[in-house]
Design a protein around this ligand. Structure first.
Ligand code: ACM
Length: 275
């Protein structure tokens, strides 16, 4: 088995709402001296998070080949690295809370549109229509599965990505609770995958309502160990080595295997209630 190590960088930072240029500059500054094979940035990292209406999103959103996409493509080429980052996407009349994944050798970025919308996202964005998918990066020998923030509350997200072959799940996030910190390690263990959560920090106040983003970005290995963790408040870059080939054998003893032991015939449709 080849045991190629990949350097994974998870970038925690504090976007300013509506300050796209400043946010892009800050992100560039944060990674300037970082060498890695994969970079993960938070959800909606170019615009900030707390949109209150579709009109606000429509003004800030960009097509998947717009300036933010060009910024991340340039970064991917400069760093010779895959870059995953959340952004507000406009496609015709639709608005998506999306994640770009740029592979430097490929012309077009991949776009994952967040499946499960959280809180006021439900009035500001359209539900994602891409579904879950996995990107096979042959050069780096890794399969990357994106999900975004609140997708974490649905174990199906990580499971579907794993069934599609994900070895590293990347999760750009703007997390406001702490419950995810108990759940993400479980997603890593039950799927035998690496999981990288790039959260943001800071407070956003909009029309009398506040959202406090709780940092603590983290990288979990396939045993659910938190191999790197950021603080709650500061911008920082977590850097570690991962070994994607280790995730390919899903057995954990001589007999059991977390994928082949599944019994999907008993997982749905749920028609029988036993009292
Ligand atoms: C979230 O989905 N931003 C909590």
């Amino acid at each position: 088995m080849s045991m190629t190590a990949l350097r994974l960088a998870v970038v925690q930072f504090t976007p300013e709402f509506g300050e796209k240029q400043k946010n892009l500059s800050r992100m560039r500054e944060l990674v300037e001296d970082v060498t890695a094979d994969i970079f993960v940035f938070p959800e909606l990292c170019t615009t900030g998070y707390f949109f209150l209406s579709r009109d606000e999103v429509a003004k800030a959103a960009e097509p998947a080949d717009g300036p933010a996409s060009k910024f991340f493509r340039d970064m991917a080429r400069d760093k010779n690295a895959v870059v995953a980052a959340g952004f507000a996407e406009r496609r015709q009349k639709n608005l998506y809370n999306a994640c770009l994944i740029v592979v430097p050798e490929e012309k077009n970025p991949y776009v994952y549109r967040k499946t499960h919308l959280f809180y006021k996202e439900t009035v500001c964005f359209d539900p994602g229509n891409t579904g879950f998918f996995v990107i096979e990066d042959k050069k780096r020998d890794v399969r990357i599965g994106p999900m975004v923030c609140y997708d974490w509350r649905f174990p199906e997200s990580a499971r579907v990505l794993t069934l599609l072959g994900a070895e590293l799940i990347v999760c750009p996030s703007n997390l406001v609770t702490k419950a995810w910190r108990k759940v993400m390690p479980a997603r890593a263990i039950e799927n035998n995958v690496y999981l990288a959560v790039a959260n943001r920090a800071g407070l956003e106040k909009r029309k009398g309502e506040e959202l406090l983003f709780k940092g603590n970005s983290a990288i979990y290995d396939l045993d659910g160990r938190e191999i790197k963790k950021a603080g709650e408040e500061k911008d920082e870059v977590l850097l570690t080595e991962i070994y994607p080939s280790k995730t390919r054998d899903k057995s954990f003893n001589a007999i059991n295997d977390v994928l082949t032991d599944r019994q999907p015939q008993h997982y749905g449709p749920l028609t029988r209630i036993v009292k």
